[in-house]
Write a protein that binds this ligand. Structure first.
Ligand code: G6P
Length: 613
């Protein structure tokens, strides 16, 4: 989604801003812009990539040591040069960059138009810039820029993370947050601001996360934090744990490929320090205080969006199998608007890589209001979801930059596996031997993924054959049904080939009509209790001349004789098979997308973190 970066200090702002915008590219955007205060404020903005903006700036004078930059993902107004941020108010008093949506912008706009304001863009952000200016000028010198920002924000309904430059007070940046994240990096005689920590980490590891309704006035050697109502706040300084290597490609052609190959490490990081060295037990410190609620829950509701929702579905199978607690898996966007029934003894688990997904956050608030215990499974440390929930577990997969989620998914499934095993053991549904055997299986997963990654060459050959297909079908049963959904999502996200994931047996109720000699069908069919059934499903596809690409357990001979291609993965307990079988599907979609010339890390129209509904 949109990205924000800002700098105030003694260095040249432009290189820091443009580099910061490049770091934020992964969030997804359609235009970018920059404003630097020198002798006067210089603004450049452009539809397209950050490189296009850099070219536009070219040899122009952009000197100055205070500035702001923005990558935009269009919500109000099409992506073009005019709608790109920053937006400057009519008389040039204020320049604003903004993430989020101002819901009452059209009413505010009409009021401003009645008072003589004209608008150049179609954005809600320009309305905000003009509103701040209107209030400031109406104050006739009685109020300063910061007061004008706070008063304007008190009239705004919606979500925002903003950074404002004021023409009359060119020694400061004014930042405010409601809903859209902002983090301030503290340097020596300088401050950085950004919508996530990735543009900041190379300069400092001391940060302040703004909370909702916080306003920060930042000068190069002073930071003042207050609420929108002008109550002073003491900033809480935190240390970033991310390292710079984790946000670079390290020799891989794309972040997505790096992140797929990182999974043995990222999964190990997820269970590190949580699985006892002698594999006797799993401890999740973040859930310690809420264990009674979890164990006694009559129902668990999992809330998520996108890939995280698929991880949630795996969680449903795991928790119901091992802990015998009924689980419902909900999309945040549906849950929040359908007046759901929530009981006080429900436990709600929100799953999110970014911890900022607007629909998931809104659903959390509804669950909290209803009195349920709300837990989070999140990758980004310090994000909104971990802060809004009662307790939770970080996935520790490290920064995920590729828009298509890969290592975050396997880390989420690892956490859900750990939760289900702890609950199964505590509630007595798993005996000690079963519990410890499953733990052993879990710690063997990273090594087994190393083996699967060696299939890369074979997968490239298969990709070559089917890269021009227009449709793909993905089938799986039980634990592997969510994997089929995830495989299909990966392919459509980055290669733009239409793909559907289906429970294999449901194929007969519709998708079978699509099967012909041009239709690749990816079947996830490792050895488990529905193996015989899925073999029949493969026969049904072959009987209609479909092409079968099967992910099977090493040594499988039955499917090998039927399928056009098999990809063998090592054996594991069926409950852990999603962690292995998803990997070849990630690689398949990656290679197909690369062969089709698609922008794998920044697929069109998609955003890494969806902070608007
Ligand atoms: C976007 C991303 C997906 C992600 C989804 C949910 O659509 O492109 O990769 O799965 O949001 O995001 P979250 O951060 O809540 O997991």
């Amino acid at each position: 989604m949109c990205g924000i970066v800002g700098y105030i200090g003694s260095k040249d702002a432009y290189p820091i801003l443009i580099n910061g915008l490049k770091r934020l590219e992964y969030r997804g955007y359609d235009s970018a812009g920059i404003a630097v205060i020198g002798e006067k404020t210089k603004i450049f903005k452009k539809k397209g990539k950050v490189n296009d903006l850099d070219k536009l700036v070219g040899d122009n004078d952009i000197s100055g040591s205070i500035g702001i930059g923005h990558t935009r993902w269009a919500t109000h107004g099409e992506p073009n040069d005019t709608n790109a941020h920053p937006h400057t108010s009519q008389q040039g008093k204020f320049t604003v960059i903004h993430n989020g949506i101002i819901e009452n912008y059209s009413r505010l706009k009409t009021k401003l138009e009645d008072r003589g304001y004209n608008f150049k863009s179609k954005t809600d952000t320009e309305v905000l810039a003009n509103l701040i200016e209107y209030i400031y000028l109406k104050g006739k010198g009685e109020i300063d820029a910061e007061q004008a920002v706070r008063l304007a924000l008190s009239k705004v309904i919606g979500a925002y993370g903003i950074v404002v430059i004021a023409q009359d007070e060119p020694d400061k940046l004014i930042a405010a947050r409601k809903g859209s994240p902002l983090v301030i990096g503290i340097g020596e005689g300088e401050y950085f601001i950004a919508s996530d920590a990735t543009p900041i980490i190379e300069y400092t590891d001391s940060v302040i996360y703004l909370n909702n309704d916080n306003v920060a006035v930042i000068k190069k050697d002073q930071l003042t934090l207050k609420t929108i109502n002008n109550d002073k706040l003491e900033p809480s300084i935190q240390k970033l744990t991310m390292d710079i290597g984790s946000i670079e490609k390290n020799g891989y052609e794309h972040f997505m490929l790096k992140e797929i190959f990182e999974q043995p490490r990222s999964i190990t990081d997820t269970f590190r320090g949580r699985v006892a060295a002698d594999l006797s037990e799993i401890r999740l410190g973040g859930l310690h205080d809420v264990m009674p609620q979890l164990e006694n829950a009559k129902r668990i509701i999992i809330i998520a969006c996108g890939t995280s929702w698929h991880a949630g579905l795996v969680g449903e199978y795991l928790i119901e199998t091992f802990a015998r607690i009924p689980v419902e898996v909900e999309y945040g966007s549906e849950f929040r608007y359908r007046n759901p029934i929530i009981y006080k003894d429900d436990v709600v688990i929100a799953i999110s890589q970014s911890g900022e997904t607007a629909d998931t956050l809104a659903a959390i608030n509804i669950a909290k209001e209803a009195g349920a215990t709300v837990l989070g499974i999140c990758n980004v440390v310090g994000a909104s979801i971990p802060r809004e929930t009662d307790a939770g577990v970080y996935t520790h997969a490290g920064p995920e930059i590729g828009v298509a989620s890969t290592k975050a998914f396997t880390a989420q499934v690892t956490v859900l596996t750990m939760i289900s095993l702890i609950l199964g053991n505590n509630k007595g549904f798993l005996n000690k031997k079963e519990y410890q055997n499953l733990i052993k299986n879990l710690v063997e997963i990273p090594g087994k993924i190393e083996e699967i990654l060696k299939l890369d060459k074979e997968i490239i050959e298969i990709s070559e054959k089917y890269k021009d297909a227009t449709n793909f079908l993905y089938l799986g049963r039980g634990y592997l049904f969510p994997v089929a959904l995830e495989g299909a999502l990966k392919l459509k996200e980055i290669s733009y080939i239409h793909a559907e994931g289906y429970p294999a047996a449901e194929m007969k109720h519709g998708p079978i009509a699509l099967i012909d000699k041009n239709m690749p069908v990816v079947v996830v069919a490792t050895k488990d209790k529905s193996y015989e059934k899925i073999v029949s499903n493969i026969q049904e596809v072959k009987a209609r001349n479909g092409i079968v690409i099967a992910v099977v357990t090493k040594g499988d001979t039955i499917i090998k004789n039927m399928a056009d291609h098999v990809l063998e993965v090592p054996e594991t307990d069926e409950a852990l098979a999603p962690l292995l079988t998803v990997v070849p599907l990630q690689l398949l979609s990656y290679h197909i997308a690369v062969m089709r010339g698609c922008d794998v890390d920044q697929p069109r129209n998609l955003a890494k973190s969806v902070t608007v509904e």
